[in-house]
Design a protein around this ligand. Structure first.
Ligand SMILES: Nc1nc2c(c(=O)[nH]1)N[C@H]1C(S)=C(S)[C@@H](COP(=O)(O)OP(=O)(O)OC[C@H]3O[C@@H](n4cnc5c(=O)[nH]c(N)nc54)[C@H](O)[C@@H]3O)O[C@H]1N2
Ligand SMILES: Nc1nc2c(c(=O)[nH]1)N[C@H]1C(S)=C(S)[C@@H](COP(=O)(O)OP(=O)(O)OC[C@H]3O[C@@H](n4cnc5c(=O)[nH]c(N)nc54)[C@H](O)[C@@H]3O)O[C@H]1N2
Ligand SMILES: [Mo]
Length: 766
């Protein structure tokens, strides 16, 4: 990496350590008063406190001391900020003016305090009473010729209670149009795993990590995006458990980490090595790499059998629990090492070393994130991971299983309680049984389909329970223009963002409580519940005073709109549910499976775990068995072969939460005070006559079959930074890079956008 580029200098320290503590102190100073800041940090993820809004990594069962996490602290201080976006603030700035601000500056206005409506005559958001807002929203929704002309988005911070009410309202209204953030996130997991093991969720618990003999980490950056996982990886490494990483970038926390909880490391400035093997796979090369590892395992097995050994495959498991093994073997035999090496960018020897480690380990966990799911082949990637685990029966035993690391803190819970455009049969049956109406059955829109429908003018209303859909999804130029043609837009949010500024004919901005805040309803102080990445459901109780007396909780807002829209239809008592969330949970228990004694069990420390079939070797697949699923060949993207193409992946910096930009440093990657950089392999720069530090443009190569779509997608004036990543791969920051992502460029099976494999050309800026 070049060190004479402004704001670019190598970071030599391990991840974590004192720099992480310093970053927390700065976050508290910037957003809160030191005393309230410290107090709130101590409540984070404690048995009686609130669930951290930062990520979905589970809590250790018996947390007694504060589990330190730099980015959890940023998420909390950003929400619990002392700054307020009051009606007076909106009177000082027109919406047009705010649209010219950066994403950071818009959100940094602070917490929304009053319900607002957009006034086109003055171009300002102005205050409105809750009742009037609800009535006008209801009138607009009820005036639609069809309920399917409205889209109801959810972002994954929403609690189980709010999400359940929301889906009940929307289904009673008459549609399954539930675009949600998981459509852009782990959808490949939710679609790929049920076909493989019968459930779209992870199978391990946190304790399994204490019993694993090998941990494989693929395509995620825990040091930044789920830092509490570093406690787990740190402990595993210290136990001598090998950790194998597949990642095109050498992420510092996966190389070495100083645990802020460890006094010796802190005092001696020591650290612990994390990865024992670091494989810098080419962007989009994971399926090929996994096939290489599996080929290696088959070879080791054959060698063992040849000398009279028992082999390394779990033949009993394969025989009694799986289907499709022969087809997998045939495909692996037909896939040439040369192709695997070319597409994965990894050498056969390295993949065979992983196969050795895998074949020796009794219990193996594979954890993965967006580097696996956000590809045209996202679903196949996930299924190859599952194939690998099945070869040695790494399901349903201690220390073994699959671990998709979820994004938003309750994204998994939202899906479990019914935010699902596919409207599963059991859910519909439960709603009908408990509420006495027949919910719609036809599949609704996912996130990309919702935007397509809005673009085409088929949908004219959009409600968003959190999030920043316009910035999170691809192709902002066309998407933003389409959103401005909406007849009705309703945003429920803690803080203002760009999506709220893309105003339609009628636009409402409704302020809600965050996780950290006291939720007082007619029935007393309320707790909400969330489900983490490991299917643990537990309660979360905020304690901070709300940002203003006018702000409402998400369940109360949803109930208010539902009541205004539906009146007494189906005799659902919205007010009673908003007054006492125990009532919501009682009904959830009746509709959903696995929630028995819900109110009782969430009041026990640690909560409870939802049933996960594969953890008991029960497979809810059509065949009743776990399925080996084959992808023929290595499925390379042909666009990669086009002259001069690079495959661009889009990543999060250390100072952001999705579209929320806390600051402009990406410390561990050595970027300070800026985000306008693109990381490129030095040879790739040289081959194009470019140098580190050059100002460059990135131009997207349009997706297959649809050359008309988003052809002019260019990202201008980025500084090229020579970086240690595989040839042919490059990286830049999300969400800025979404100008390069076409809405149609997504995994055909799951619809997950290919945010992590965008073919681009790079050239000197003109
Ligand atoms: N502080 C913080 N925490 C967060 C978030 C945040 O923005 N900030 N976001 C939350 C959300 S919604 C999510 S989904 C998660 C996201 O957490 P991650 O899954 O860690 O998200 P990304 O930053 O997108 O990181 C992807 C990682 O995959 C690697 N990668 C990119 N392309 C490939 C590839 O083709 N193959 C492989 N093997 N690796 C690849 C990148 O180098 C990077 O290390 O984090 C959640 N937690
Ligand atoms: N290029 C590219 N694009 C991507 C990705 C990528 O890796 N690359 N990642 C994708 C992924 S994994 C995801 S999950 C999506 C994220 O998409 P979203 O979930 O839509 O976006 P966020 O940035 O998390 O939403 C931030 C906003 O949520 C609101 N908010 C925060 N807390 C609360 C709350 O408690 N309640 C309510 N009602 N609102 C709240 C605030 O107003 C804030 O501005 O982006 C996707 N887009
Ligand atoms: Mo996500």
């Amino acid at each position: 990496m070049s060190d004479n580029i402004e704001g670019v200098r190598p970071y030599e320290h391990p991840a974590g350590g004192w720099d992480a503590l310093g970053a927390v102190a700065r976050a508290i100073r910037a957003q809160m008063t030191p005393l309230s800041g410290t107090r709130i940090m101590l409540e984070n993820n404690q048995p009686d406190g609130f669930d951290c809004p930062g990520c979905a990594w589970p809590d250790p069962k018996h947390t007694s001391t504060f589990e330190f996490c730099e980015n959890g602290a940023k998420a909390v201080t950003w929400e619990a900020t002392r700054k307020r976006a009051t009606p007076e603030v909106f009177l000082r700035h027109t919406v047009t003016e705010l649209l010219g601000w950066s994403d950071h500056d818009i959100e940094n206005l602070g917490r929304l305090t009053h319900p607002m409506v957009y006034d086109a005559t003055t171009d300002h958001y102005v205050q409105i009473a809750w009742d009037e807002a609800n009535t006008r929203i209801a009138d607009a929704l009820n005036a639609l010729p069809s309920p399917h002309m409205a889209e109801f988005y959810t972002s994954g911070r929403t609690s189980n209670e709010a999400a359940f009410l929301y889906q009940l309202f929307v289904r009673a209204f008459g549609t399954n149009n539930f675009p949600d953030c998981s459509n852009m996130c782990h959808e490949a997991t939710s679609v790929g795993l049920p076909k493989s093991i019968g459930i779209g969720k992870g199978t391990v618990t946190l304790e399994d990590f204490d019993h694993a003999d090998l941990i494989i980490s693929m395509g995620h950056n825990p040091g930044t995006n789920h830092p509490r996982m570093m406690t787990t990886l740190h402990a595993a490494s210290r136990r001598g458990v090998p950790i194998v990483v597949f990642n095109p970038l050498r992420e510092r926390a996966l190389e070495r980490f100083a645990a802020p909880q460890n006094p010796v490391e802190m005092v001696t400035l020591g650290s612990t090595d994390i990865a024992s093997e670091y494989l810098q796979v080419r962007v989009g090369g994971d399926a090929a790499a996994l096939k290489g590892v599996m080929k290696g395992v088959l070879a080791i097995d054959a060698e063992s059998l040849a000398v009279g050994g028992i082999g390394v495959l779990d033949r009993a498991f394969i025989a009694s629990h799986t289907q499709g093994f022969e087809a997998l073997v045939k495909d692996l035999e037909e896939t040439a090492w040369a192709d695997i090496e070319r597409v994965s960018g990894l050498e056969r020897e390295a993949l065979e070393r992983v196969a050795q480690l895998y074949s020796r380990a009794k219990g193996v966990i594979v954890a993965f994130g967006m580097g696996i799911t956000q590809h045209t082949l996202g679903t196949e990637n996930v299924q190859q991971i599952s194939n690998l685990l099945m070869l040695r029966g790494n399901y349903g035993r201690p220390g073994a299983g699959i671990c998709p690391v979820r994004g938003h803190s309750n994204v998994q819970g939202n899906r479990t309680v019914g935010i699902d455009e596919k409207a599963p049969h059991a859910l519909r049956e439960g709603i009908e049984r408990v509420f006495g109406f027949v919910p719609p059955a036809a599949k609704g829109h996912d996130a990309a389909e919702a935007i397509e429908a809005i673009r085409a003018g088929h949908s004219t209303a959009l409600m968003c329970l959190g999030g920043n859909l316009a910035v999170a999804i691809g192709d902002p130029v066309q998407t933003h223009a389409a959103l401005r043609r909406l007849d009705l837009a309703v945003h429920v949010a803690t803080k203002p963002n760009r999506s709220h500024l893309l105003v339609g004919r009628q636009t409402f901005l409704l302020p809600c409580l965050g996780r950290t805040e006291l939720d007082l309803q007619a029935g007393g102080v309320q707790c909400v519940t969330v489900e983490d990445s490991m299917s643990m459901v537990h309660a979360s109780t905020g304690r901070l005073p709300p940002p203003s007396a006018t702000v409402r909780s998400e369940p109360a807002i949803v109930a208010g709109i539902a009541k205004a829209v539906l009146g007494d239809r189906y005799r659902i008592d919205w007010e009673a549910m908003a007054a006492q969330y125990d009532h919501i949970r009682d009904l959830m228990e009746q509709v959903l499976t696995g929630f028995g004694e819900y109110n009782l069990r969430i009041r026990r420390p640690g909560g409870f775990r939802l049933p996960i079939g594969p953890a008991d070797r029960i497979w809810h697949t059509p065949s009743g068995r776990a399925e080996f699923l084959v992808i023929p060949g290595t499925c390379d993207d042909p666009r990669r072969e086009s002259a001069q193409a690079l495959t661009l992946t889009t990543i999060r910096s250390h100072d952001q939460y999705n579209t929320t930009i806390y600051g402009f440093d990406d410390r561990y990657r050595g970027i300070f005070g800026r985000r306008d950089v693109v990381f490129v392999n030095a040879d790739d720069l040289a081959a194009r006559g470019l140098q580190s530090g050059d100002l460059v443009d990135l131009e997207a190569i349009p997706p297959r079959g649809d050359m008309s779509d988003n052809t002019a997608a260019v990202m201008r004036r980025l500084t090229a930074v020579a970086y240690d990543l595989p040839k042919g791969s490059s990286a830049t920051y999300y969400p800025e890079a979404n100008v390069l992502v076409s809405l149609s460029d997504r995994d055909p099976q799951s619809g997950t956008p290919s945010y992590k494999s965008i073919p681009v050309r790079i050239r000197l800026s003109t």
